[in-house]
Ligand binder design. Structure first.
Ligand SMILES: C[S@@+](CC[C@H](N)C(=O)[O-])C[C@H]1O[C@@H](n2cnc3c(N)ncnc32)[C@H](O)[C@@H]1O
Length: 395
């Protein structure tokens, strides 16, 4: 597969790193008989211990990394999220309420959120972090140590989901898009699985007839959207989502799960016009579609099918209590108050705050591409982030 020409050159260390992971992927493919599905490839590329993109020390986040996320570039995002968390924690009225953050990245959201919850007098008894990446755990610890050292005793890093269900919240920003997906292609009316194989020593995309689960998932999409996907259509589906969400949901006895991510309702995701799906790779702020190049050095993500998230949540006993755009969520959660309350800020800080608010809310930026979904169990009280616009009917 040719490397898109506009990607920056690799250093010798980067090339060696990628070659080592590619060799591992080759070995796994050989052991599997010559072909692995795309979800397995993505798992290897992102999470192979010591070599995968999220597990091997690359910079990843921020200007010097590969992509930016809202909490990385706009602390006011986490402050608004804290307002929503404070409301839920107060309504739950438990002294032992906890927040579990999934995929905490560099730890900036946790640090800002805890600081704001402290200002609001609404700290949880514990702040739990579960991340697939052991490498990022060290970074999260350093971030929290620097920003909120006095709150560190409340923060606990987990190796797996808690044994006993708790009252509180599960939160995750840009984690759903990192879940591994299966890719498929429609050929002569049949569903093929697009996976990875080796040809002339190179990783290549290769198709086999889709297995029962994949075919079932694609046919369900067609039934629900009322669209027969045309020949040549390629896309992806997160087959593991229901199981993943059920496991996470089982840790929450009562409370709210909040997921923020870029995505669409199913009817807008699988349109006949979007013939190549939504899978994208991120390398130094360049986006491209070639997941088989620079293995281990680039992020691989797909947009989130929020209808699938809602269905999976309901199947696990949760209610979909809110679904809206990031812009409306943040406005509902008090973004305007943070922007208006500029007392004590100098001009540069004020301008910076306005810039953050625009980036988070403008339709051409993150405002509409990103959505927020609230999934509740045994929680009937209000959720202010969803008070300004209800988009649940689109799911
Ligand atoms: C795109 S980053 C987002 C990081 C951070 N939440 C932010 O907004 O800056 C994805 C994060 O999710 C983690 N991750 C991916 N899949 C996960 C899973 N199944 N469980 C927990 N963490 C996961 C990755 O290791 C990484 O920290």
């Amino acid at each position: 597969m040719t490397v898109p020409l506009d990607l920056p050159e690799l250093t010798a260390d980067e090339s060696a790193h990628s070659a080592a992971l590619a060799a591992h992927v080759h070995a796994v493919i050989a052991k599997a008989g010559g072909w692995i599905d795309f979800a397995q490839f993505m798992q290897l590329a992102l999470y192979t211990p010591g070599l995968g993109y999220y597990c091997a020390g690359a910079r990843k986040f921020g200007a010097a990394g590969d992509f930016v996320t809202a909490p990385e570039v706009a602390p006011v995002f986490s402050r608004c999220l804290a307002v929503q968390c404070a409301e839920v924690l107060r309504n739950l009225g438990s002294d032992d309420a906890r927040i579990l953050e999934l995929g905490a990245g560099s730890g900036v959201m946790a640090a800002e959120l805890l600081a704001e919850l402290e200002r609001q007098g609404a700290l949880p008894a514990q702040y739990l972090i579960l991340d697939l990446s052991a490498d990022l755990r060290e970074r999260q610890q350093a971030t929290l140590q620097q920003a909120v050292p006095h709150l560190l005793d409340r923060v606990h890093w987990l190796d797996e989901l808690p044994d006993a269900p708790f009252a509180g919240m599960v939160i995750a920003n840009e984690v759903l898009d990192a879940l591994t997906v299966q890719r498929f292609a429609i050929r002569a009316g049949e569903v093929n699985a697009l996976g990875v194989s080796v040809e002339f020593g190179q990783l290549v995309l290769a198709e086999v007839r889709g297995g029962e689960r994949l075919v079932g998932a694609v046919r369900q999409i067609e039934r629900e959207t009322g669209v027969a996907l045309p020949d040549g259509y390629e896309s992806e589906v997160c087959i593991g989502l229901p199981q993943w969400l059920a496991a996470i949901g089982a840790s929450l006895e009562r409370g709210v799960m909040l997921f923020v991510d870029y995505g669409l309702p199913r009817r807008e995701y699988y349109t006949a016009e979007r013939t190549r799906g939504t899978l994208l790779c991120h390398f130094r702020h360049r986006f491209h579609e070639d997941a088989l190049t620079r293995v281990g050095l680039q992020d691989i993500t797909a947009w989130v099918d929020f209808t699938a998230v809602a269905d999976a949540a309901q199947a696990s006993g949760f209610e979909v209590a809110g679904y809206t755009t990031q812009a409306h969520f943040l406005i509902g959660a008090g973004l305007g108050d943070f922007v208006a309350n500029v007392e004590g800020l100098d001009l540069v800080q004020r301008l910076n705050l306005s810039r953050q608010a625009m980036m988070l809310t403008l339709p051409g930026e993150m405002g509409e591409r990103f959505k927020v979904i609230a999934l509740t169990r045994d929680y009937d009280a209000s959720l202010r982030g969803f008070s300004t616009r209800d988009l649940r009917h689109t799911l």
